[in-house]
Write a protein that binds this ligand. Structure first.
Ligand code: AQP
Length: 332
């Protein structure tokens, strides 16, 4: 059976980008067609300036939102990365497989390092090595597929390179995974700055729809989205990124193609209004289920505890095999 692994970083409140680009697909499709593992990758949240209490809070909130989005612990495994030591054990071996130069070429590293410096902080070494830990997350489970948004595709490419290199040097330990991107909304853009991704740890709040935003707030953000100076509605991501972004969001919420939707509008106002309502409706069940789950924290804790046990049992044989293959003496 195909095995799927994917994760989400508790660096901020989950956004519409996280949902349409990844989480929705995990819940609606992946968990039902494959042996699936989904992880709150909390160690990755420590790669940038962080507040310990906030990371803890956001980790629980992310897990709760994943369940609210429809992940079903009876058919998939949901857990927290730091609860399973195999990730960091394997990351070190992969650091011994990766080269400094390939880490520095990662686009996300360059963007996030620049942002940390702009904010007056220092760049943590873990920000540079973050894609190696992500490779360990994936390879520890022998995942075949990694459903992600477009921004993570380069990291999955690196994961493939490391798996192939390790297997070539030390023997066939790892499955070589591939990224699976959604057909629409693979990169939801910031509503106020359609040249930038809608990122959960960005500062521009009005351009970011958070999954837990009140419906009125969602409407306001979408209605105030930056478009462009043209008048007719056309799907042209290069020339009209703002309108294309709205069409992609509406397409993802309605199951129609953005080009077809464009033909049905003759004003930006009507497009924004329909997009706002579609997003509110798309998020309604998730918000309701989230409210129920928040009232039952014991349930979420139990899911995460059992998830970590299952994940550990799956990861350990592969990580042990990697330790042996690379030349480490097994304990007697
Ligand atoms: N804007 C987006 N459009 C489509 N997919 C997106 N994803 C993130 N932003 C968008 C996908 O969501 C999954 C979880 O993301 P992550 O937690 O690994 O964080 P990220 O990719 O670094 O993006 P964020 O949410 O913007 O976090 P920060 O601001 O901390 O970098 C991934 O599959 C991702 O592709």
């Amino acid at each position: 059976m195909t095995r799927v692994f994917s994760g989400i970083k508790p660096t901020g409140h989950l956004t519409l980008g996280n949902y349409l680009g990844a989480v929705r697909q995990w819940a609606a499709v992946d968990q039902h067609r494959a042996e699936s593992l989904f992880c709150v990758v909390d160690l990755h949240a420590l790669t940038v300036e962080h507040d310990p209490a906030r990371v803890r809070r956001l980790s629980r909130q992310a897990a709760t939102l994943l369940l609210a989005a429809g992940l079903d612990p009876r058919v998939c495994t949901l857990f927290v990365q730091s609860h399973v030591d195999e990730h960091t054990r394997l990351a070190y071996l992969l650091e011994c497989t990766a080269a400094d130069g390939e880490m520095r070429r990662m686009v996300q590293y360059k963007e996030k390092a620049a942002r940390e410096q702009r904010r007056g902080g220092s760049v943590r070494l873990s920000l540079l090595t973050y894609p190696v830990l992500m490779a360990a997350d994936i390879l520890a489970y022998g995942a075949d597929e990694v459903p992600v948004g477009d921004d993570q595709a380069q990291h999955v490419e690196l994961t493939r390179d490391l798996a192939v290199r390790f297997n070539h040097r030390y023997g066939p330990v790892f499955t070589v995974p591939r990224a699976v991107l959604p057909q629409v909304a693979a990169r939801v853009m910031n509503l106020q700055d359609p040249g930038s991704k809608m990122g959960k740890s960005e500062d521009t709040g009005p351009g970011i729809v958070y999954l837990l935003d009140e419906p009125e707030v969602v409407r306001r953000k979408v209605l105030r989205a930056v478009t462009d100076s043209g008048q007719d509605v056309a799907y042209d991501p290069q020339e009209r990124p703002g309108v294309a972004n709205l069409l992609e969001i509406l397409a993802a919420c309605t199951g129609r193609a953005p080009q077809d939707l464009a033909a049905g509008y003759d004003s930006y106002g009507a497009l924004k209004k329909d997009t706002a309502e579609a997003v509110v409706e798309e998020l309604r069940p998730l918000r309701e289920r989230h409210a129920e789950l928040v009232a039952d924290p014991g349930y979420v804790d139990g899911v995460l505890r059992e998830g970590a046990e299952r994940a550990r049992a799956l990861a350990r044989p592969t990580v042990d095999a990697a330790y042996r293959a690379i030349g480490l003496l097994p304990p007697g």
